[in-house]
Design a protein around this ligand. Structure first.
Ligand code: C5P
Length: 223
């Protein structure tokens, strides 16, 4: 419905990435976006932003409040480092199960994907339901994953780098909990669609992952 009403930019490159938590999708998506001049959105940050509002303003937290915050949402709001905490991540996976919340953020993501500013050649979004819900006609779809211990270790190092007080055991526990919730929920669960390419980053460094994806994209886009 929203798509029909919206003006879509033609001939743009659209990349959809889905992945479980801390699989390295964000780092890869950023590198790909930079290389191909794509407008990049980490959709998890939107759910984290809403979760943060819930933690910070518990009494005001209702649909009207969320709607007004999403309407005025700026990219800079998504760069707040408080959004990166484990607590916010856990809360994000709880509020992400609420139908009315997913509905509110849907058009923001769709508009971002199909209407990138002119200076960009397209868009790249990463999240849980991008390849089948937000950008079902993406030119390239990737499902990026890694084993849970590797993901927990990466997230642990990242959080330590941000000086967060947390143990590896706690990170592993919360990633497992989030996986369970994201994979099994009824609404927009994380899944690998048949037309997505699987990239397992467990034994690959960032550069090798990037080159693997670049090869796939170049093979199809270069004459
Ligand atoms: O990607 P990130 O780990 O920051 O996402 C936080 C949470 O937001 C996820 O655990 C998931 O529940 C939710 N999310 C979602 N749909 C997306 C992106 C994130 O439900 N497209």
């Amino acid at each position: 419905m929203i798509l029909k009403k919206m003006i879509k930019r033609k001939n743009i490159l659209k990349i959809a990435i889905d992945s479980p938590a801390a699989a390295g999708a964000g780092t890869l998506a950023k590198a790909i976006s930079k290389h191909y001049k794509l407008f990049y959105l980490d959709t998890g940050k939107i759910y984290r932003f809403i979760a943060y509002l819930k933690i910070k303003f518990p009494k005001k937290f209702n649909n009207k409040f969320i709607k007004s915050k999403i309407r005025s949402l700026k990219m800079k709001d998504l760069t707040n480092i408080d959004l990166l905490s484990d607590e916010v991540g856990m809360e994000a996976s709880i509020i992400a199960k609420i139908k009315s919340i997913r509905k509110m953020v849907h058009s923001f993501q769709v508009n971002f994907a199909y209407n990138p500013p002119k200076k960009y050649k397209g868009s790249c979004l990463d999240g849980r339901d991008i390849s089948y819900n937000i950008v079902p006609d993406a030119d390239f779809k990737f499902y990026i994953t890694a084993n849970v211990k590797t993901r927990a270790l990466r997230r642990y190092k990242e959080l330590k780098g941000l000086k967060k007080k947390i143990t590896y055991k706690d990170v592993l526990k919360s990633i497992k909990k989030r996986d369970k919730s994201d994979l099994n929920r009824n609404i927009s669960p994380l899944k690998k669609t048949k037309d997505s390419l699987l990239i397992n980053t467990t034994n690959l460094n960032k550069r090798s992952c990037f080159l693997k994806i670049k090869k796939i994209i170049d093979r199809k886009t270069k004459v």
